[in-house]
Each structure stands twice: as C-alpha cells, then as structure tokens.
Design a protein around this ligand. Structure first.
Ligand SMILES: Nc1ncnc2c1ncn2[C@@H]1O[C@H](COP(=O)(O)OP(=O)(O)OP(=O)(O)O)[C@@H](O)[C@H]1O
Ligand SMILES: [Mg+2]
Length: 275
C-alpha cells in the first residue's frame, strides 16, 4: 500500500531554545482512506505535529530534524509558495475554533469559494453551483451561502469549515480538535460527516483529539503523545483494548463509561517516577 503521508523523526524546538523538544522524534504514516488519530493531553505536541506537516509552524519555532513525505515527495524543503499551493488543494485543514478561522465580514459562500477560485480557477455560475453543492454535501441549505458566520450556529459554522476544507477534494484532511467546542450531539453529527466524506473521497485523515471516545468512533490507527513524544502507536483495537504504556492506560481510565458518566480520575503519573 502506498503511503499518503510519512513523517519520520520529526523534532520541533523553540527557535531560542533548541534543547527544549516540544515535539521529539515523532514518526508515523497515514494511508489513503484511513484515519490516524493523535491523542494526548493538552500541551503534548499534537497541534505542533499537525502544523509541521502543513509547514505552518510559528516563526518562533524550528523543525530541527525530520522528514515529511506527502505522496512520496519530501515537502520539508519546499518554499512557502509551493507549500501554499499544496495547502487547501491537496491537504485540507480544519481547526478547533471556527469563529476565529472564518472571516466575520465575508459571507460563508464567498469564503468557501475562495479556494475554488485560487486553486481551480472557478468563476461565475460554475463557482456558484460548486458552492451550493458543497453546502448541500455538509448538510447546510445552499441558500445559506449568503449568510455571515455569526448568523449560523456553532455546528453550522463547523460544517462551513468542513465545506471549505474539502472544496478542492484534497487527498488528505488534517482536523485539529474540530469538534471540541460543540455539544455532544452536534459533535457526533460532525464526526459522522467527516467519516462519511473520508470514505467517499478516499481521503487520509489526520485527526487530533484528546477524547478517546472520538478515537473509538473514527480512528483506524492511533498515536498517543506525551510530552512531545509518541509513547504508543498501533491500530485502534490494539491501543484501546491492549494498551501497553502506563500513560495510555491512565488516559483510558478517564474515558466516560457506557452510561456517559465521566470517571474523572486524576491521571496517575507514578509510572513516570518509576521509569
Ligand atoms: N509558538 C510557540 N512557542 C513556544 N512554545 C510553544 C509554541 N506553541 C506551542 N508551544 C508549546 O509546545 C507544546 C506543545 O504544544 P501543542 O500546541 O502542540 O499542544 P497540544 O497537544 O496541541 O495541546 P492542546 O490539546 O492544548 O491543543 C506546549 O507545551 C506549548 O506550550
Ligand atoms: Mg492543540
């Protein structure tokens, strides 16, 4: 099976503190039509890993080592121009906060259309038709194209973000906690939508979450990150049912039970001192 994305030995440090490894020697691969979840608590390096793949690290950060291959081609040496041609076209992105990612003074239709014009040269009626089709695909009435972001619900805004991210039919979708800000029902709808689109379009999905319930729902493969390192990696069944690492076991202990009651046990870090 050919790999869509291969990340090997990725390390990220602050530019002014090269000894501090925020992402430390992270490696993983992603196949078309599959979902890899990166899971871990806040600050474990999940977003920095995703941002590295897209070449969007803050200038105060450096990728000090590592190879990132997309469809077999090394992309770490590409110029900003070349990367921005890949972003949005071949690699779609969805972030946690739709309100900060959407422009409040532009209609959602216009914003969905932007990448279609930039990357595919669509204009006029063809553009309008494609925007309507995309809105329909994500479950928003096409006439809402003229709405501004603050006229939509949180779930609808996230659907607009999804429509934007898949507009150019990317090969890969990177979703960084796209449902965290939503209530549970809407979260489930958005996850189901992403999963369906992934299958229909045969996309590879890199999905970041701190929620093992979400992992159980959509992951094929799982990476567990702790303090910048991958402490456990495997298929979703291996990681959920046969966790090897004490940190994974501790995280799994915090998952709500079948009745949805949160068992908010504090994470037990005693294994760390013992190691
Ligand atoms: N621009 C930056 N400069 C310096 N340190 C940063 C920068 N961005 C992130 N960090 C640090 O890098 C570490 C990893 O951050 P990252 O955003 O990847 O965490 P995360 O796993 O996505 O967490 P969360 O679940 O809260 O989103 C954190 O300790 C964070 O404080
Ligand atoms: Mg993050």
């Amino acid at each position: 099976m050919s790999e869509l994305l291969s990340v090997q030995g990725l390390t990220v440090t602050p530019a002014n503190n090269p000894g501090k490894k925020l992402v430390n020697n992270v490696s993983f691969t992603l196949q078309s039509g599959k979902t890899t979840c990166i899971v871990g608590e806040s600050g474990s390096g999940k977003s920095l890993t995703a941002l590295s793949v897209m070449g969007l690290l803050a200038t105060s950060l450096n990728r000090t080592s590592g190879s990132i291959q997309f469809q077999g081609n090394e992309i770490t040496h590409l110029s900003n121009d070349a990367l921005s041609r890949i972003r949005g076209k071949q690699i779609g992105m969805i972030f946690q906060e739709p309100m900060t990612s959407l422009n409040p003074v532009l209609t959602v239709g216009f914003q969905i259309g932007e990448s279609l014009t930039v990357h595919l040269g669509l204009k006029g009626d063809a553009l309008k038709a494609k925007i309507a089709a995309l809105l329909e695909q994500v479950g928003i009435p096409p006439e809402r194209a003229n709405a501004y972001p603050d006229e939509l619900s949180g779930g609808q805004r996230q659907r607009v973000m999804i429509a934007m991210s898949i507009a150019c039919e990317p090969k890969m979708l990177i979703a960084d906690e796209p449902t965290t800000a939503l209530d549970v029902t809407v979260q489930a709808q958005i996850l189901a939508l992403l999963d369906e689109l992934k299958t229909r379009m045969n996309m590879g999905m890199l999905f970041i979450t701190h929620d093992f319930g979400v992992v159980a729902d959509i992951a094929d493969d799982v990476l567990v990150m702790f303090r910048g390192e991958v402490v456990e990696a495997g298929s979703v069944d291996e990681v959920l049912f046969k966790p090897q690492h004490p940190y994974t076991k501790a995280l799994l202990d915090c998952v709500p039970d079948a009745e949805g009651k949160k068992q908010l046990k504090p994470i037990d870090y005693s294994w760390l001192e013992a190691a």
